[in-house]
Design a protein around this ligand. Structure first.
Ligand code: NAD
Length: 256
């Protein structure tokens, strides 16, 4: 497991909003930004792990992270959540779109309803959280947005067409948002993780053989942990990446 060692002084006291920040990679991001001294708010639908995370970090962080229970499928709820985060912390200066649902689904059984529901979680919120934070970011003089895509959409994986289409869409959206918001001092980038060993992955899909096969394809011969996504995200969120926008950073141990 990697240890996050870098400090980004410009993230101290920054208002950061993370979607899906209650478990998996998102929980590592919430902890990682809190450890930088940022004012973190995180949206999640999973009550128990999110409360537990917020409680655990409250005692050790410069600013106790604020958990906002919100279903990202609900566009009005997204607006309310952003308003709640901004009432607590001021205008959002860093937005991390991390939430997703990577359920497997069979093409031949797929309904229009399933497709819409999938994209209402995996793609649409990326646009509407950006829309919701943009006025505050612009008024504050700028900001950064980091969107989580996935290497999976580049690997011709057959078991989740709606998910991989959404993840490809996030790259297009990242570039479109970067073009629209760049003149206002807002940078928009994406991170494409490889296979990250979250609790959900381990419970549902990781097998010894599957993991060994993935590590065999990576240049770096160990499993990727949620904490490995923190450094790349802090970097893209901070002024250390000041002239980087509209880019996708692949963090996969050299598998691609
Ligand atoms: N784990 C991996 O191997 C992997 C690989 C490539 C890309 N990614 C990407 O990284 C990001 C994080 O992945 P993860 O594996 O940690 O995911 P996860 O499923 O473990 O966690 C996602 C979080 O989002 C929350 N969430 C889901 N639906 C929501 C909704 N409707 N409203 C609010 N919150 C909701 C969940 O409760 C959860 O806390 C995702 O964008 C994913 O596509 C993950």
């Amino acid at each position: 497991m990697s240890e996050q060692t870098a400090t980004f002084p410009d993230l101290k006291d920054k208002a950061v909003l993370i979607t899906g920040g209650g478990s998996g990679i998102g929980a590592a991001l919430t902890e990682g930004f809190a450890a930088q001294g940022a004012r973190v708010a995180f949206i999640d639908i999973a009550e128990a792990p999110s409360r537990a995370l917020a409680d655990r970090l409250a005692g050790t962080s410069r600013h106790a992270p604020l958990f906002i229970h919100t279903d990202l499928k609900d566009l009005e709820a997204i607006s309310r959540a952003v308003a709640q985060a901004e009432a607590a912390h001021g205008p959002t200066r860093v937005l991390v779109n991390n939430a997703a649902l990577d359920d497997r689904h069979e093409l031949l059984d797929m309904t229009g309803e399933y497709w819409d529901e999938n994209h209402a979680i995996n793609l649409r919120p990326v646009a509407f959280t950006a829309k919701a934070v943009a006025p505050g970011m612009i008024a504050a003089g700028g900001g950064t947005i980091v969107n989580f895509t996935s290497t999976s959409y580049m690997l011709n994986i057959g078991s989740m067409p709606a998910y991989t289409a959404a993840k490809a869409g996030i790259v297009g959206l990242t570039k479109g948002l970067a073009g629209r918001l760049g003149p206002d001092g807002i940078r928009v980038n994406a991170i494409a993780p490889g296979w990250v060993m979250t609790e959900r992955q381990k419970e549902l899909w990781v097998t010894e053989e599957g993991l060994a096969a993935m590590i065999d394809r990576q240049c770096l011969k160990r499993a990727i942990e949620p904490e490995d996504m923190v450094g790349p995200c802090l970097f893209l969120a901070s002024g250390a990446s000041a002239m980087i926008t509209a880019q996708v950073l692949i963090a996969d141990g050299g598998m691609m």
